[in-house]
Design a protein around this ligand. Structure first.
Ligand SMILES: [Zn+2]
Length: 232
């Protein structure tokens, strides 16, 4: 299959997850040592990985092993085609969200350099829903977790978490703002998702940078799946 990449010996969970982090760090070494379709690998490694950073990537693991083998799956701009891997009995562990500035209508960049975390997490009265839609997992991500009965699923994002200590403010910043290139990326853990009614999902969400959980929301709702946003 031309969208599957593996290593010899097979990569384990930490290596596979680290590769997603490296993709979000816009580091072409994410694709080092991979085996798979040569033409695609060449394409993704072109221009220091620019083609790879514009698409979503998935990590799937074997089911029922203590230390499962993993594969890396290349998707497209809107998602990963999980079906063949689900049919093969693999478990979707994580996926990455893309970053690019192609076409103003589909650009993944936040307006200006970034957004205040409180302006997208429900805390402040003036919520920036456009930015929230780009930064947060999609309703489709929640629907996917429910449909597949996933206990937990990780969504890696390209956006940087930048903290100001005095006062205590968190910014979510575009990854191509040079000054913040080394900042940790934002990722989410989705868990406990259930379908309450047809097309209405409720789950929990944690926002993390590195291994630190800096935000947790219990009642996060999603309606209808697809590219829509979350409600909380
Ligand atoms: Zn997603």
């Amino acid at each position: 299959m031309e969208d599957v990449f593996h290593t010899l010996p097979a990569m384990k969970v930490p290596d596979a997850m680290n590769r997603l982090d490296q993709i979000e760090n816009r580091n072409v070494q994410a694709l080092g040592g991979l085996h798979g379709d040569r033409g695609n690998l060449r394409f993704y490694r072109e221009n220091n990985g620019q083609n790879a950073f514009k698409i979503e990537w998935g990590v799937a693991k074997e089911q029922g092993f203590m230390n499962p083998d993993c594969i890396l799956i290349s998707g497209h701009e809107k998602g990963v085609e999980w079906k063949p891997f689900l049919d093969a009995g693999l478990v979707p562990l994580a996926h990455s969200h893309p970053f690019h500035r192609d076409r103003i209508t589909s650009s993944r960049a936040l307006a200006d350099r970034g957004v205040l975390w409180d302006d997208i997490n429900g805390a402040s009265p003036n919520q920036n829903l456009t930015a929230r839609l780009k930064v947060f997992p999609s309703a489709g991500d929640f629907a996917f977790c429910a449909a597949q009965g996933l206990a937990t699923h990780i969504v890696k994002t390209p956006y940087c978490v930048v903290k100001e200590l005095h006062p205590k403010i968190v910014w979510i910043v575009n990854p191509d703002v040079a000054h913040f290139a080394a900042a940790l990326r934002l990722h989410f853990r989705i868990f406990d998702v259930v379908e309450l009614n047809r097309g209405h999902y409720r789950g929990q969400l944690e926002a993390m940078c590195g291994n630190q959980i800096f935000w947790h929301k219990r009642d996060v709702h999603a309606y209808g799946g697809g590219g829509g946003g979350l409600t909380f």
